[in-house]
Design a protein around this ligand. Structure first.
Ligand code: ADP
Ligand code: ZN
Length: 525
């Protein structure tokens, strides 16, 4: 007995088998294909590697006319088109890399109905000429890939994407399918508005990547922590190490090489030839590590990346999710590993407060950074924190993150927080963590003398804890917004700090940053 499928579903499945050789649709793919094949609009939120392409490729073949795919990833279009042609799909692309005669050829094929799929860069689509051609050609659907680029709040805003409302205006009858792997509430709302998808069904897949183990640790000696991690857990594995600056990329890559680790540097300051070479090596060799800025990775599809390491903080939790998501696309166990410290938190906060961006943009960026820092400081399952940011609820702790595997103990840190905050306030809200720590520990330094801080009531009140503890506590106070980072690394108590100082609010923190001096005496002396 075989179940009888509705005719569209049967045809879709037949295509999937005959063209791509796959036996079944994954997850919500079948529902999306049915919706669009029948002429409906849709919004698709699916993590990277989830299988978004088939969601528009199959309906494009099922419907009459050409499926027009808008994509900002010009560098990938040729590969995508080549792959489609190999399985017999009539595909082409239009972007700035094409010579004039190439453009004419594609346009002719479009007008004579000889194309199944046409990939177009947004700036090319928006040309009056292209829009006119499309209004005369039979169009099966518009797929807007990387749809989060419409949003100013996203990390990838493209002005041309903001103009894509011409699609619903000029082609209201043609189905629109918006696809993205990143969309918080705000970005999602922007996509719906710009593409006029208010009534369209939304297909939201889980963002969970169960095979990725999430780990975050305090930065002590980042390079040797990294080397230790690679040697003990991922010897000979392919991985990506993200650093913030070109300089630290170069340094880290060179250092790894000197330690006998196969590593190559990648950043936007290299020539296109050098960047291509690094990329090719990474794709083709076993066990190469790329040390890179965030310039590396968009569109890189290497299934067996076994780890992604962050030596510096990403800008947002979305960025972190995207970058760590490049690990383990083959579904096998992989690690997302990160170290960060007080200086990182102070730095990113200061960069943000000094940025020249408009106030509302700065506010959004600050909120995004805070979400990341909350994740970093989490004393509960990291996967639960991460997924809840994407609007998803994981009912049970995951069992595959550092917090689940080695639960940190938490304790009431109100008293210590009051000490640290009052040291900040009494020294005038302008000193950095190093000096504040000296004051708390009662160290008689030249600077302490010169400022007269040895006479303050806070001088030496923190002797029960060690330096590392105070730095960890200050880091958490900055991360959680009780302290703000100002000029020259100076820390300032915020309005939020008042409730703690007054004893109206208590604070619970991870105990690993609050170890009593005695317990560590051996190491810290
Ligand atoms: P995304 O665009 O969401 O990152 P892709 O569309 O590139 O993901 O798909 C990721 C991988 O999964 C590709 O190698 C693709 O061939 C494969 N894939 C997608 N859907 C299926 C399916 N139904 N059956 C088998 N493989 C699939
Ligand atoms: Zn967990």
């Amino acid at each position: 007995m075989t179940a009888v499928l509705p005719p569209t579903d049967q045809r879709a499945l037949d295509l999937l088998k005959s063209v791509w050789g796959y036996g079944a649709f994954r997850g919500v793919q079948a529902d999306i294909v049915r919706t669009v094949a029948q002429g409906g609009n849709a919004l698709v939120l699916m993590p990277t590697g989830g299988g978004k392409s088939l969601c528009y490729q199959v309906p494009a073949l099922l419907r009459d006319g050409v499926g027009v795919v808008v994509s900002p990833l010009i560098a990938l279009m040729k590969d995508q088109v080549d792959a489609l042609r190999q399985v017999g799909v009539r595909a082409a692309f239009l972007n700035s890399t094409l010579p004039p005669e190439g453009v004419r050829e594609v346009e002719a094929a479009l007008m004579s109905g000889d194309l199944d799929l046409l990939y177009v860069a947004p700036e090319r689509l928006l040309l009056g000429r292209t829009l006119d051609l499309l209004s005369q050609a039979p169009v099966a659907l518009f797929a807007i890939d990387e749809a989060h680029c419409v949003s100013q709040w996203g990390h990838d805003f493209r002005p041309e994407y903001g103009q894509l409302h011409v699609l619903p205006q000029r082609f209201p009858q043609i189905p629109r399918l918006a696809l993205t792997a990143t969309a918080d509430e705000r970005t999602r709302a922007d996509i719906l508005r710009v593409l006029d998808l208010g009534d369209a069904p939304q297909f939201i897949s889980s963002f969970d990547r169960p095979n990725i183990q999430y780990r975050v640790a305090a930065k002590e000696g980042p390079k040797s922590q990294l080397l230790d991690f690679i040697r003990t857990e991922h010897p000979g594995d392919a991985g990506i190490v993200y650093c913030l600056s070109r300089k630290s990329v170069e340094e880290t890559a060179r250092w790894l090489q000197a330690q006998g680790v196969d590593a190559v540097a990648y950043h936007a300051g290299l020539s296109p030839r050098e960047r291509n070479a690094a990329q090719e090596r990474f794709l083709n060799e076993e066990g190469l590590i790329v040390v890179a800025t965030v310039a590396f990775g968009m569109g890189i599809d290497k299934p067996n990346v076994r780890f992604v390491a962050h030596l510096d903080l990403p800008k947002s939790l979305e960025g972190y999710y995207q970058e760590t998501g490049r690990a383990g696309r083959d579904g096998l166990g992989s690690t997302a590993w990160m170290v960060y410290g007080l200086a990182d938190v102070v730095n990113v906060k200061r960069m943000l407060s000094q940025s020249l961006a408009p106030e509302d943009v700065k506010r959004v960026e600050a909120a995004k950074l805070d979400a990341l820092l909350t994740y970093c400081e989490a004393a509960t399952c990291r996967r639960q924190v991460l997924l809840s940011y994407f609007g998803e609820t994981l009912p049970e702790p995951c069992g595959n993150c550092d917090v689940c595997l080695t639960p940190p103990r938490v304790r009431d840190a109100t008293r210590e927080a009051q000490m640290a905050l009052s040291a900040v306030v009494r020294t005038g809200n302008r000193f950095g963590a190093a000096h504040l720590t000296d004051v708390l520990l009662g160290r008689d330094t030249e600077k302490v003398r010169a400022m007269g801080h040895h006479t303050l009531p806070t001088f030496g009140v923190g002797r029960d804890h060690d330096e590392k503890t105070w730095r960890g506590l200050l880091r958490q106070l900055v991360s959680l917004g009780y302290l703000a980072a100002g000029e020259h690394h100076g820390l300032t108590a915020t309005a939020k700090a008042r409730a703690i100082l007054k004893g109206e609010e208590t604070l619970t923190l991870r105990e690993d940053t609050l170890a009593p001096r005695a317990a560590r005496a051996g190491r810290d002396r």
